[in-house]
Ligand binder design. Structure first.
Ligand code: NAP
Ligand code: ZN
Length: 386
């Protein structure tokens, strides 16, 4: 057995913990920038609770950047970074779904080093610039999916280049993750399902890819068990705080698992989809691609896919992983195709090319190393939905 583990993020987990942000934040200073989305954190009261807590604890200046959109862009990261620099903020709070957290983390890097957000993303050849400074970040997730609050990734889109790439650096870990499951109660059914499936895909892909890390695999296994049991309950009973707590916990576990073991082809093929179609949510794209890719992948790691099938309540055979996933997606209302999501058939060629241009670093760790023909065929299957 072998593994390595590193997580410089303090985790504070529990209902009501959002109200502690001011007490925690004052360790880092008194001038703070909150990076959040356009609506939900205002509507569900999370933003107000953060502001109140900061004020109670003596924050001097609170700046708010509330323009983060799903599939966040380098443009908004650059704009928020300008505020951080101009106002000399001491630290940054990311409040919202993965898009707000990823952006807050990226703002920390961009506002503390030269250049712009796109200089720090990882092309297969590496990023153009390496950061050497950052500002402290506190992440407060309001979805239960990405695990961004506990990992070193920021997934950023460039709408001009139509590329979605990842900043991945040890300076990109949040200093503190405040995970308050009650903030996820306001998620509607489809958002709950999409984000839960994102966490499940993190667990499945980190469990089955070719990297070796026994500790991360245990986290992934536990995440799968929890999501199988509690996601359907969270969907049926949105105010069930036990179900919401387990989902926040599973997303966190899976977020740490991918930090150590990375993802694989399902994520590699999803990123070009939401880069070309920013209206497609990450979790929906993953759902549409996951069956075809699991059917392709399971032969490359029969033992782990058999384990996945078993954890999902099926016969422990690797081919049953496909059936297990199909049934689960059906159950949570996400048995969907790329066609359903508005992807155009004539784009599949370009998407295939982009997987090679932008995500080929994942090919070697995918359970089965794909060729470009494989990828095109998988996009075709996912397009038709079988
Ligand atoms: P999101 O894109 O952050 O948010 C999706 C939508 O949900 C937004 O419209 C948002 O509203 C709304 N929302 C958020 N919290 C809510 C709540 N509690 N109640 C009601 N509505 C709420 O969704 P996400 O799935 O969490 O994040 C997806 C992004 O994270 C993608 O860009 C993906 O690529 C990335 N990602 C990152 C990692 C990582 O490891 N860092 C892993 C997986 C995915 P507002 O816009 O009004 O806030
Ligand atoms: Zn993901």
């Amino acid at each position: 057995m072998n593994f390595d583990f590193y997580l410089p993020t303090e985790i504070i987990f529990g209902v009501g913990t959002v109200d502690r942000v001011g007490e925690i934040g004052k360790r880092f200073g008194y001038r703070v920038l909150i990076v959040t989305g356009k609506k939900s954190s205002k509507e569900n009261g999370a933003l107000n609770r953060v502001i109140e807590s900061l004020k109670r604890n003596g924050a001097e200046e609170i700046f708010i950047f509330d323009q983060i959109e799903p599939n966040p862009t380098d443009k908004s990261v650059n704009l928020a970074s300008e505020i951080a620099v101009k106002e000399k903020v001491d630290y940054i709070i990311g409040l919202g779904g993965g898009s707000s957290l990823d952006s807050a983390k990226a703002v920390s890097i961009v506002s503390s080093n030269e250049g712009y957000a796109w200089d720090y993303v990882n092309y297969p050849e590496g990023p153009r610039l390496i950061p050497f400074l950052n500002r402290p970040v506190i992440c407060i997730p309001t979805t239960a999916g990405t695990g961004s609050e506990v990992n070193r990734y920021s997934v950023i889109s460039n709408n001009i280049r139509k590329e979605k790439l990842v900043i991945s650096h040890s300076l990109n870990y949040p200093k503190v993750a405040i995970i308050d499951p009650s903030l996820t109660i306001s998620m509607k059914k489809r958002l709950t399902a999409m984000t839960g499936i994102d966490a499940l895909m993190h667990a499945l892909e980190s469990l089955t890819n070719k990297l070796s890390n026994a500790f991360a695999e245990d986290l992934a296994i536990r995440a799968i068990q929890i999501i199988k049991k509690w996601l359907p309950i969270a969907l049926e009973e949105p105010e069930n705080i036990k179900a919401r707590s387990y989902m926040s916990y599973a997303a966190m576990l899976a977020g740490i698992a991918i930090d150590r073991k990375r993802v694989a082809l399902i994520h590699g093929m999803e990123h070009p989809v939401s880069a070309h179609y920013p209206s497609v949510a990450h979790g929906e794209g993953l759902a549409a691609l996951s069956i075809a890719i699991t059917d392709f992948n399971h032969k490359g790691n029969t033992q782990k896919y058999a384990l996945f099938a078993e954890l999902m309540g099926y016969e422990p055979k690797s081919s049953m992983a496909v059936k297990a996933l199909e049934d689960f997606l059906e159950k949570v209302g996400l048995r969907i195709s790329l066609k359903d999501l508005g992807v155009e058939r004539e784009k599949l060629e370009k998407l295939t090319e982009d997987v090679y241009m932008l995500s080929r670093g994942l090919f070697a760790i995918n359970p089965v190393e794909p060729t470009l023909e494989d990828i095109h065929r998988l996009y075709e299957r996912a397009y038709e939905g079988y």
